[in-house]
Design a protein around this ligand. Structure first.
Ligand code: ZN
Length: 254
C-alpha cells in the first residue's frame, strides 16, 4: 500500500495523515494510431503521477495522488470510434466538485497533472480560483516539462508518436502492437499560415489531418528511450511537487 496513492490507501492510515498537496491526474480515452491502447494517456498519467509522488514523498512532501480522470476533451475527434468526449464545461463541473471537497477539508493546494493535449485547465482555474479564494490551484502538462529533441529522433509529433510509443513500451509493453503494424503518423498541415506556424489557433479536425489517428512517426520508439524520458520527467515533476507541498501560500513571490 502506497500511502500517497488514494486508490490504494485506507481510511485507517490516512484519516490523521497531513496532506499538503492533492494531485489530480487527468487523461483521455482515445485512439492512438493503430498500435497503442485507448488508455495510453491514462496509463501515462497514472505512472508519471505515482512515480513523481513517490520521489516527492521520499523527500518528506505530504502529497496525495487522486484517481486519474479517464476522459478528456475530444471535441475534434467526434467521428473516431469510441473517443470519449467530455466537454470543457463538464470538466469544470467535475473540477468544481473535487475542489469543493478539498477546500472544505482543508487541503488547500491542488495540482492537475494533465496527460492529454486537448485538455486545457487554465481558464477553469482562473474562474474556480475566484470561487475558492483559499485554494492554491495549479496545472502542469507532463509532456511539456522536457525538451523532447534530446530524447527522440522524431520529436515533432504530438499524438501516439515516438515519445508516447517509447513510454508505453517501457510501461506496458504487452499492450503495444509490433511497430510494423503502426501507421506512420503522417499529418497534414494547415493551409493558413498563422495556424501552420502555431501563433493562431483553431481546433484540428482529427480525421482530416491523419489517416491512422497518430501525429508523429512512432517507428524509432524503444523501451530504453521511454525509460530514460520517464525517469527524467518524473524527477523534474517531483521537484515541483516538493516545492508546491512546502509552499507558504501567503508568501508566493520573491
Ligand atoms: Zn496520448
Amino acid at each position: 500500500m502506497r500511502p500517497y496513492i488514494l486508490a490504494e490507501a485506507n481510511w485507517k492510515h490516512i484519516h490523521d495523515q497531513p496532506i499538503d498537496l492533492a494531485i489530480l491526474p487527468w487523461g483521455a480515452t482515445e485512439a492512438h494510431n493503430y498500435h497503442l491502447p485507448y488508455a495510453t494517456d491514462v496509463i501515462e498519467a497514472d505512472a508519471i503521477a505515482a512515480e513523481s509522488a513517490r520521489l516527492a514523498w521520499e523527500q518528506g512532501a505530504k502529497v496525495m495522488v487522486l484517481p486519474t480522470i479517464p476522459f478528456g476533451v475530444n471535441t475534434g475527434q467526434t467521428d473516431i470510434l469510441l473517443d470519449i468526449n467530455l466537454y470543457p464545461s463538464t470538466q469544470k463541473a467535475i473540477l468544481n466538485d473535487i475542489i469543493e471537497v478539498l477546500n472544505r477539508q482543508g487541503i488547500r493546494k491542488l495540482l492537475i497533472l494533465n496527460s492529454h493535449g486537448g485538455n486545457d485547465f487554465k481558464t477553469m482555474l482562473r474562474e474556480l480560483g475566484v470561487r475558492y479564494p483559499d485554494m492554491f490551484l495549479t496545472t502542469c502538462s507532463w509532456f511539456q516539462t522536457l525538451d523532447k529533441t534530446t530524447y527522440f529522433e522524431e520529436p515533432k509529433g504530438d499524438h501516439a508518436d515516438e515519445m508516447e510509443t517509447s513510454l508505453l513500451l517501457h510501461l506496458r509493453p504487452h499492450l503495444v502492437l509490433p511497430l510494423d503494424e503502426a501507421g506512420d503518423g503522417a499529418a497534414k498541415k494547415w493551409k493558413v499560415q498563422g495556424l501552420r506556424e502555431g501563433w493562431a489557433w483553431a481546433e484540428r479536425k482529427w480525421s482530416k489531418v491523419t489517416a491512422d489517428t497518430g501525429i508523429g512517426n512512432p517507428k524509432a520508439a524503444t523501451a530504453e528511450r521511454g525509460k530514460r524520458y520517464f525517469e527524467d520527467v518524473t524527477q523534474k515533476l517531483s521537484g515541483l511537487l516538493v516545492e508546491l507541498a512546502n509552499l507558504d501560500v501567503n508568501d508566493l513571490y520573491e
